[in-house]
Design a protein around this ligand. Structure first.
Ligand code: BV8
Ligand code: ZN
Length: 246
């Protein structure tokens, strides 16, 4: 990997630098979490985009929960990797650091990262499908495997749904605002994402508009690659630990 490129980036990671990192499923690949669109990304005969939707859940909640139960059990057996650990260190070292993640696996939080902005929610949270008045907006459920499929709301006896943002659903406006604000930064790194899902992929473009120095870390090319000031065509768990900070 280019020593000069590592040097070039490391020099910009000064203590007072405003650093924002956007991560996707690729940052958890080394932990054993299947990516969405990678080789192991498909599940049974379905593509995620046809399962991670409110329509799919309304049509067959048991099937959708079978998929999430399988993912939860897989993730429960995984641990954060070196990429998560480096980013957790950065969240403590740089006062103006912000992590924005598309991942729902909770590995950034388990690595001790401070101030994680979760664009797509958490696979470890659920909410009442009927949005009953007695239930909180969302709550933790870490059962792996689930006690029953589909799980029911303890407050109204109806269905609960995974606490994630599905395709066709809006993101939390407060999270969107915070991610928008974090795109006004000095250095923006996009790590382990195919950059095809919106609005998550728009923050890279937003950072460029703000004049940020932009970096991509991904073994494969993405729609963001051509716009990045610096590209590390390598795995995140290899590149991030190699960065010797000033
Ligand atoms: C919304 C939660 C409107 C669920 C997820 C047509 C064109 C453009 C956009 C659209 C369109 N049609 C519809 C849309 C909008 C749609 C969208 O973007 N669709 C895409 C597919 C075209 N977006 C939405 O629907 C969003 N909502 O727009 O709402 C609205 C507004 C107001 C009110 C109402 C409605 C909601 C999007 C959120 C969907 N939910 N997940 C769950 O996880 O179960 S998205 C899902 O994809 C995951 O969250 C995942 O994180 C995300 C992105 O995938 P990646 O993280 O990038 O993972 P992927 O597998 O794709 O790539 C992995 C990468 O890692 C690869 O590049 C690989 O090379 C790399 N890699 C592998 N190993 C490593 C590595 N990199 C580094 N190191 C390694 N070791
Ligand atoms: Zn309920």
């Amino acid at each position: 990997m280019g020593r000069a490129s590592l040097e070039q980036l490391a020099q910009r990671l000064t203590r007072d630098a405003r650093i924002t990192v956007l991560t996707g499923a690729g940052v958890s690949a080394a932990s054993g979490v299947p990516t969405f669109r990678g080789a192991g990304g498909l599940w049974k005969q379905f593509a995620p985009e046809t399962l991670a939707t409110p329509q799919a859940f309304a049509r067959d909640p048991a099937l959708v929960w079978e998929w999430y139960d399988w993912r939860r059990q897989t993730i429960a057996a995984c641990a954060p990797n070196a990429a998560h650990r480096v980013l957790a260190n950065w969240s403590r070292r740089f006062p103006s650091f912000q992590l924005i993640t598309q991942n729902v696996d909770g590995l950034h939080e388990r690595a001790g990262t401070e101030r994680v902005l979760r664009l797509h929610g958490s696979i470890w949270e659920v909410s009442c499908w009927q949005r009953c008045a007695a239930a909180p907006a969302r709550w933790r459920n870490e059962d792996a495997p689930l006690q029953r499929i589909p799980p029911t709301c303890p407050h109204c006896g109806g269905l609960v749904r995974p606490g994630v943002v599905w395709f066709g659903e809006g993101l939390d406006p407060d999270v969107l605002d915070a991610a928008q604000a974090a795109s006004d930064c000095d250095v923006f790194l996009t790590v382990g994402t195919s950059s095809v899902v919106y609005p998550a992929a728009s923050f890279f473009e937003e950072a460029r508009r703000h004049g940020a120095f932009t970096v991509e870390v991904n073994p494969e090319a993405t729609p963001a690659s051509a716009m990045a000031d610096l590209v590390f065509r390598a795995p995140a768990e290899v590149v991030l630990p190699e960065l010797k900070l000033p």
